[in-house]
Design a protein around this ligand. Structure first.
Ligand code: HEM
Length: 428
């Protein structure tokens, strides 16, 4: 019997829950609210959970945008005491500590933009960041598991959400991380249905497999609906001109070709990719389940992104990959309902990836083209903001990939998963 190795949260569908509000606009979307169990994909963390000993970390972390703006973050971190990580005990404390330390790291490195980065992260930050990372099995840099999965709390009993820790970029930062969180939440029913699919394949129960695939399709559709909120809550100029650099890493990044020395940890510089939703476990799980294989270079990138996930997520993906092939099962059964359910599932995943390419075009490709045009002749504030965006990242994602070639190839490989006889009927 295949069971989920990670305890997921239970969820409840509601007609119109208010997810979070934007000044003057309250958005109602048909998606999910959550009741959390203790250990889940999305740990519910509150600021109060770190012991008071760690107040010097939180004092700085909660002021990152303001201290970056006044160019004082680095000096505050340079004066920060070197604290022992041994008083952090619970998993949630460690996750909150990792969130705080990795957010400070991003602010420290990128405070002055791409032209005045640092070569060394001071030991008061580097040492605890390294130690906490080792204990969690995460890299010592901001990951999707920090900025999205562990960076929220309920703001009020109605279910509105807010971030715990912010980066520069105002409301767009909140919008970016929380909309991504909504995509994660929308994907929960799909992950919960995966064991049903696997067990159905093992027992030869086509009907159960078909029903579970239909649930997965609905959930992926909900993910696509959720990602559409990005354009409501995030301003592309702010994303591209201000926020994006703070998500960037020091691997495959021309403005930090040598990587970063973590003082007190190692004398040689280390290289890490920045935060990216390519580190989300969801699509990795779906690809493994549906038998979607990526081309060598892209596959290597995506596999590398798994080492930026919490180990239990990585393990879950690995476990799914080791199960009997769903695709073979569907082909052998020659059952129309099952065939159809499988095809719809691939179609929905393809639609998510196609819409995601749209999002990337709106938030990166279009502003990058405008930035190139305006770099030497900025006129108004919005233009100035875009033209100050780091040029090294025009063609690269924060995870370090060559963006459009990568994303289009990943999408095209998804199409290959269609069962051949019916793909013609689906007009693709
Ligand atoms: C403004 C919003 C977003 C932008 C600009 C964006 C940008 C990118 C970029 C540039 C990549 C290439 C990998 C890299 O180097 O980082 C990527 C990959 C990826 N992104 Fe996003 N992304 C956004 C939102 C999201 C959201 C909300 C999700 C949902 C979880 C998501 C899921 C993925 C996935 C799964 C990949 C890996 C490629 C794939 O499996 O199709 N992205 N994204």
């Amino acid at each position: 019997m295949f069971t989920l190795c990670i305890e997921l949260y239970s969820y409840r569908r509601q007609q119109n829950p208010i997810l979070f509000t934007k000044p003057k606009v309250t958005v109602h979307v048909t998606t999910v609210t959550v009741r959390l169990k203790r250990r889940s994909f999305l740990p519910c963390i509150s600021k109060e959970e770190l012991p008071p000993y760690y107040q010097p970390w939180m004092d700085i972390t909660l002021r990152i945008p303001e201290l970056v703006h006044s160019h004082e973050l680095r000096s505050h971190i340079n004066k920060m005491p070197l604290l022992s990580s041994k008083f952090l005990q619970k998993h949630r404390e460690l996750r909150l500590a990792h969130l705080a330390l990795s957010m400070m790291t991003m602010g420290y490195v990128w405070q002055e933009g791409e032209n005045d980065t640092v070569e060394v992260l001071p030991c008061s930050l580097a040492v605890p960041c390294w130690e906490v990372s080792q204990r969690l099995g995460l890299p010592p840099i901001l990951t999707h598991a920090d900025g999205v999965l562990a960076n929220w709390r309920k703001k009020d009993p109605e279910g509105n959400l807010e971030l715990l820790v912010r980066l520069p970029g105002g409301d767009s930062v909140q919008g970016f991380f929380l909309v991504t969180l909504l995509v994660e939440l929308a994907g929960v029913p799909a992950v919960r249905s995966i064991p049903t699919v696997i067990n159905g394949v093992k027992c030869g129960d086509s009907e159960a497999v078909a029903r579970a695939l239909e649930d997965i399709s609905q959930s992926v559709q909900d993910m696509t609906d959720a990602i559409k909120l990005m354009q409501v809550y995030v301003d592309p100029s702010v994303f591209y001109g201000i926020m994006r650099i703070y998500l960037s890493g020091w691997k495959d990044n021309p403005c930090m070709p040598k990587g970063l020395i973590y003082e007190g940890v190692q004398t040689e510089p280390l290289e890490y990719s920045g935060g990216s939703a390519a580190q989300s476990s969801l699509l990795h799980c779906f690809d493994e389940l549906l038998g979607i294989k990526h081309e060598a270079k892209n596959g290597d990138f995506l596999t590398r992104m798994r080492s930026y996930m919490p180990p239990a997520h990585k393990q879950l993906i690995q476990d799914i990959s080791l199960q009997p092939s769903l695709r073979n099962f569907v082909q052998q059964q020659a059952n129309e309902q099952l065939n159809q359910a499988f095809q719809v599932c691939v179609t929905k995943l393809l639609a998510f990836r196609s819409y995601h390419i749209n999002v990337v075009s709106r938030f990166i490709t279009v502003p990058a083209a405008r930035a190139r045009q305006l770099r030497n002749q900025s006129r108004d504030l919005e233009e100035a903001m875009i033209s100050r965006a780091p040029s090294a990242l025009e063609e690269r994602g924060t995870g370090g990939s060559g963006i459009m070639t990568f994303l289009k190839s990943v999408r095209d490989q998804t199409k290959i998963a269609f069962l051949s006889e019916t793909s013609n009927n689906m007009n693709l």
